[in-house]
Design a protein around this ligand. Structure first.
Ligand code: PMP
Length: 294
């Protein structure tokens, strides 16, 4: 992270070292808040509308009032990008419940905290995009939608962090999380796709996955390119016997997977459909979003 970075907090741009919130903020005390991870590519905030839709939907479920309108948030994001002279950036948009007392009651929190952090993007090493990831399934299951719906992009990521720890302990970069019934849901910070006999498959989000914006972009590409696509329940057996596998996410974009739980996927190299989708996705990031100038 850069030293002279400016961070947006509640309407002000402050130096990184002064970008602080109260220890009584319920975002810290309880993970009570929502966030988005967004990218900008060469002066274009990619799929900003879709990110804001998801952000406001998550907040609605939490009955958390976002203190700015969509238009004001867009302005604040661009203002923060401009202050940091960033044309290619990772943008973290956060709203917490704000400062309250030590109880859970959100009514005690009068003012939500709105934070925008923009920084250079750190990706997986390039080699992994060329050669593919080796990942594993882990014991920690995805949250049950009837308890905490994985479609809420909240600040409470412990479920995913536990899975990430299991991946890291096994020397792997990512973990595939199954749902309570044992079906493949998603990874700790990415959605998952497989290719079988020319058909692209991904689990429906009701299985317990975030409605990823990169996931939707890939589905849109598949439809446009007349690639056969279905949302389908996926088991570990289906994963092991896939011809291709890849992950999608704002930070990772589209990244191939070549080994799952020690089973080689396809011929052990990124598949042709995966490579084609990676290329199409790259094109899309140059055209689909909100333009800004520094
Ligand atoms: N699943 C989880 C749990 C995530 O945190 C993310 C990243 N935000 C994704 C999937 C991918 O979503 P998106 O493509 O919108 O970044």
């Amino acid at each position: 992270m850069r030293n002279n970075l400016k961070v947006y907090i509640n309407g002000k741009l402050v130096e990184k070292e002064n970008a602080k919130v109260s220890v009584f903020d319920h975002g810290l005390l309880y993970g009570d808040g929502v966030f988005e991870g967004i990218r900008s590519y060469d002066g274009l905030v990619f799929k900003l509308k879709e990110h804001l839709d998801r952000f406001f939907e998550s907040a609605k479920t939490l009955m958390l009032k976002i203190p700015l309108s969509r238009q004001e948030i867009t302005g604040a994001i661009i203002q923060t990008l401009a202050a940091n002279r960033l044309k290619d950036a990772y943008i973290r948009l956060v709203v917490t419940r704000g400062e309250g007392d030590l109880g859970l009651d959100p009514r005690k929190c009068d003012h939500p905290t709105l934070i925008i952090i923009t920084d250079r993007i750190v990706l997986y090493p390039k080699k992994l995009y060329r050669e593919g990831l080796e990942i594993i399934t882990v014991p920690t299951q995805r949250n049950i939608p009837s308890a905490v719906d994985p479609q809420i992009k909240s600040l409470n990521y412990l479920n995913n962090i536990l899975a990430k720890i299991e991946a890291v302990n096994a020397g792997k970069e990512e973990a595939i999380m199954l749902n309570h019934a044992g079906y493949v849901a998603e990874c700790t910070g990415d959605n998952i796709f497989i290719v079988k006999q020319g058909e692209l498959l991904t689990p429906p989000t009701y299985v317990g996955a975030l409605k990823g914006i990169t996931r939707l972009a890939v589905i849109t590409i598949a439809r446009r390119e007349k690639i056969s696509f279905r949302e389908e329940i996926i088991t570990r057996h289906n994963l092991f016997n896939a011809d291709e596998t890849f992950l999608t996410g704002t930070a990772a974009e589209v990244i191939p997977v070549v080994k799952v739980d020690g089973r080689v996927i396809g011929n052990g190299k990124p598949g042709t459909l995966t490579l084609r989708i990676m290329q199409e996705f790259h094109q899309l990031t140059r055209t689909d979003g909100v333009r800004y100038h520094l």
